[in-house]
Write a protein that binds this ligand. Structure first.
Ligand SMILES: Nc1nc2c(ncn2[C@@H]2O[C@H](COP(=O)(O)OP(=O)(O)OP(=O)(O)O)[C@@H](O)[C@H]2O)c(=O)[nH]1
Length: 349
């Protein structure tokens, strides 16, 4: 059997950068290409999968969307990702293109390396790694403002070999990029965007092309078909962890935590959102997302918070047999006080 290799695009980027939004947009303008989507999320609530399955694209049906929920894709390559790919490749109707959305906390390097596994390498190639950047978060210093805190922690604990975990991860995701999408340009002005370009460029040695976008609106023709074969170039894209642990010691995500909060119906969604903003900034929550049961409303409220910026909208009606519930996944640094955040949110219903 001499089949052409299927191209696979890896989409990475920090929590809330706009990966799912960009993919949703991509599915609507992929021009008939049959796409299989592999989605990986940090936190036990399949929000991204739900959002993408809900977009009803004919070229990517619910069967073509595979969720990997056993932790970050970079840590579960052998147990989860490889078997998933193998099954996908055994399908009678193979996709024209595979798109993989990593979790916002994933290192893309181990995932790209998996494309060199013998069974995968012969059948699939990495078309390119696309790193989505939240330009507003960069402009606000989100990825660079922790130096004092890190220095203080290092002074207390000499074994710390890390820079700020957020900064390090941000750089690792840029290091692996073939294309960088500076997203959320609607939230900053031209001068700010210029500074974001400089800052992002300063954190990448290879200087991949950068393009700008709002709401992840990038033509499919730009995202798909880069034709890089990134798996052949992983030696040039080492993560901080790989550079620091050439012995091959496995990495982990101990610096980050997530948990799900479940609560009853919410009577006043506007008040709920305002109160969440306060909780998020008090406890430095990085990401919060999920669905809200609003009393007396037939529609489900989707809630998406990136830092204390919160988007919320009624996305669809609750299904006939579906249990209405408010469920939110909360993601933050390990030192976030889970008990306090949980109690504060639960007190709102
Ligand atoms: N203002 C603005 N909001 C955006 C833009 N792109 C995405 N968003 C919003 O940012 C929030 C997070 O977007 P997602 O697409 O879910 O981000 P993500 O990278 O998939 O997030 P994780 O999977 O949690 O890492 C959502 O509320 C989006 O509507 C943009 O260009 N401008």
């Amino acid at each position: 059997m001499n089949q052409q290799k299927i191209p696979a695009t890896v989409i990475t980027g920090f929590l809330g950068a706009g990966k799912t939004t960009m993919i949703r947009n991509l599915l609507t303008n992929a021009g008939g290409k049959k796409i299989a989507l592999v989605i990986n999320e940090f936190g036990d609530l399949g929000v991204d999968g739900d959002v993408l399955k809900g977009c009803g694209a004919e070229n990517c049906t619910e069967d073509d969307i595979i969720e990997l929920t056993n932790g970050c894709i970079c840590c579960t390559v052998a147990d989860d990702f490889i078997p998933t790919m193998t099954k996908l490749l055994e399908r009678e109707q193979r996709p024209d293109h595979i798109v993989i959305e990593t979790s916002g906390l994933a290192l893309p390097q181990p995932l790209v390396a998996a494309f060199n596994w013998p069974d995968i390498r012969t059948q699939v190639t990495v078309d390119g790694v696309i790193t989505v950047v939240d330009s507003a978060a960069v402009a606000a210093g989100r990825f660079a403002d922790d130096h004092d805190a890190v220095d203080a922690r290092r002074a207390e604990d000499e074994s710390l070999d890390h820079e700020s975990p957020i900064e390090e991860l941000f750089e690792d995701q840029l290091t692996c990029a073939d294309l960088i999408v500076l997203n959320k340009t609607d939230l900053i002005d031209v001068a700010g965007l210029g500074r974001v370009r400089e800052e992002v460029a300063s954190r990448t040695v290879r200087k991949p092309v950068m393009i700008e976008a709002k709401n992840g609106e990038v033509p499919a023709g730009i995202l798909l078909g880069l034709g890089i074969g990134t798996e052949d170039d992983i030696a040039n894209r080492k993560s901080h962890h790989e550079l620091e642990h050439e012995d091959g010691a496995p990495h982990d995500h101990d610096e980050f935590d997530s948990f799900v909060v479940e609560l009853g119906p919410v009577a006043d969604p506007a008040g709920f959102v305002e109160a969440l903003k306060t909780i998020i900034s008090t406890h430095d929550v990085l990401r919060l997302k999920g669905f809200v049961d609003v009393s007396g409303k037939p529609m489900r409220l989707q809630l998406q918070a990136v830092g204390s910026r919160i988007d919320h909208y009624f996305d669809r009606a609750w299904g006939a047999g579906e249990t209405r519930a408010t469920r939110l996944v909360v993601i933050g640094l390990h030192e976030m006080d889970e008990g306090a955040v949980r109690a504060a949110i639960e007190a709102l219903a």
